[in-house]
Design a protein around this ligand. Structure first.
Ligand SMILES: NC(=O)C1=CN([C@@H]2O[C@H](COP(=O)(O)OP(=O)(O)OC[C@H]3O[C@@H](n4cnc5c(N)ncnc54)[C@H](O)[C@@H]3O)[C@@H](O)[C@H]2O)C=CC1
Ligand SMILES: NCC(=O)COP(=O)(O)O
Length: 344
């Protein structure tokens, strides 16, 4: 369906794992501020969760591409997608794994054909996706890479204060990108290989320029091993893979520090003037980012042909249905996506 000419394509939020906190975070935002964005999810689930939390929300179902209702506090526009089976907060059911992917498929299609301007994702449960039989990918990042048929994407998380300008070295202003995403630790070293490391650095530098206005990004690159390999005595990936890639890209003019020992890289003196840190793996970089700004950070997938931002947390099954989850990171992700749309 064609979008009404006088209405800008809206941002869409996929409500994610139905048993997690995603649906209620979306409802909480709609209860606080007029929403000119659309949620994608099951209307009955949203209605039920709203009642459970005592939130007075008017749900307005619209077909994708159709005109949205006037934004108003307490009103939420929904592109409806039906659950496959009933859902209980906190209890994942692999039978709804396909549902979670249907939300993403609709959001991707709408971003690519212009019915949506960008997508923001509430968390999915990676175990539930695997248990539903989807073994080719594990998270949004990998699913979006494959669905959009691009070879490489980069996961970057940024604290709120680092989103609108240069990271200035203060602990809370931090952008952390990952050279590898969701891998068992035992597979990480083998996944650090020259071709993909080079692609990751190129995407990171290009998207820092494109989306964050950093003209000549300075990127600090972590080593993989303790003390960045201690001159080869604690691992050879730095000498054989990381240093040659960095030297090649420096030869093209890229501003790259490292590889640096990651235990000291994340200190204010080393972060000064650095626009982003590239960590080699998930738990090398993200604990620092979350220490600096959990709940006030967003996740951005760089290198896609569409804009996708997300929350800095997971499905928090322990909080689902309680009303205790904090919607701030979803707010940050939404604001960032809106900024990115404006700057496009
Ligand atoms: N973007 C996404 O789709 C993401 C999905 N996940 C998935 O979420 C699932 C659970 O992952 P965990 O490692 O347990 O991380 P988690 O972030 O769901 O929970 C970790 C802790 O943080 C708390 N927490 C999380 N979000 C919160 C919020 N908004 N307000 C207040 N407290 C909050 C939880 O209650 C829990 O104590 C996994 O399947 C994981 O793969 C994790 C991160 C991102
Ligand atoms: N910890 C970040 C994370 O797991 C992001 O996952 P996803 O956005 O790829 O689903």
């Amino acid at each position: 369906m064609a979008r009404p000419q006088d209405q800008q394509a809206p941002l869409v939020i996929t409500t994610g794992e139905p048993a997690g906190i995603g649906p209620e975070l979306v409802l909480m935002l709609a209860a606080k501020q007029p929403s000119d964005w659309v949620a994608i999810g099951d209307p009955q689930l949203l209605n039920h969760r709203a009642r459970q939390l005592g939130l007075d929300i008017e749900l307005v179902c619209v077909a994708p591409g159709e005109r949205l209702p006037e934004p108003r506090i307490g009103r939420l526009a929904v592109w409806p997608v039906a659950l496959h089976v009933d859902c209980h907060p906190g209890r994942i059911d692999p039978a709804n794994g396909r549902y979670v992917l249907e939300l993403l498929d609709l959001a991707v299609a709408a971003c690519l054909d212009g019915r949506a301007s960008a997508m923001v994702t509430a968390p999915l449960h990676k175990g539930a996706i695997r248990e539903a039989g989807y073994n080719d990918f594990i998270g949004h990042t990998e699913y979006l890479r494959d669905t959009c048929a691009v070879e490489e994407v980069v996961m970057m998380l940024a604290t709120d204060s680092a989103l609108h300008g240069q990271a200035d070295g203060r602990q809370q202003a931090l952008r952390v990108a990952l050279a590898t995403t969701h891998l068992p630790l035992k597979d990480v070293a083998a996944a650090i290989e020259p071709h993909s490391l080079e692609r990751v650095l190129r995407i990171l530098a290009a998207d820092l320029q494109r989306w964050f206005g950093v003209e000549s990004p300075r990127i600090a690159v972590c080593g993989l091993n303790p003390h960045a390999g201690e001159g080869g005595h604690l691992g050879r990936e730095e000498i054989e893979i990381i240093i040659p890639v960095l030297e090649r890209l420096r030869g093209e003019g890229m501003r790259l520090d490292g590889p640096l020992p990651s235990d000291t890289l994340f200190t204010p003196r080393h972060l000064e003037g650095v626009d982003a840190v590239l960590a080699m793996y998930h738990d090398q970089g993200l604990p620092v980012l979350k220490y600096a700004g959990f709940g006030r950070a967003a996740n951005i997938t760089l290198g896609l042909p569409l804009i996708r931002t997300s929350v800095d947390h997971g499905t928090a099954l322990d909080l689902a249905g309680t009303g205790q989850a904090d919607p701030s990171s979803l707010g940050v992700a939404l604001a960032l996506a809106a900024d990115m749309v404006r700057s496009r």
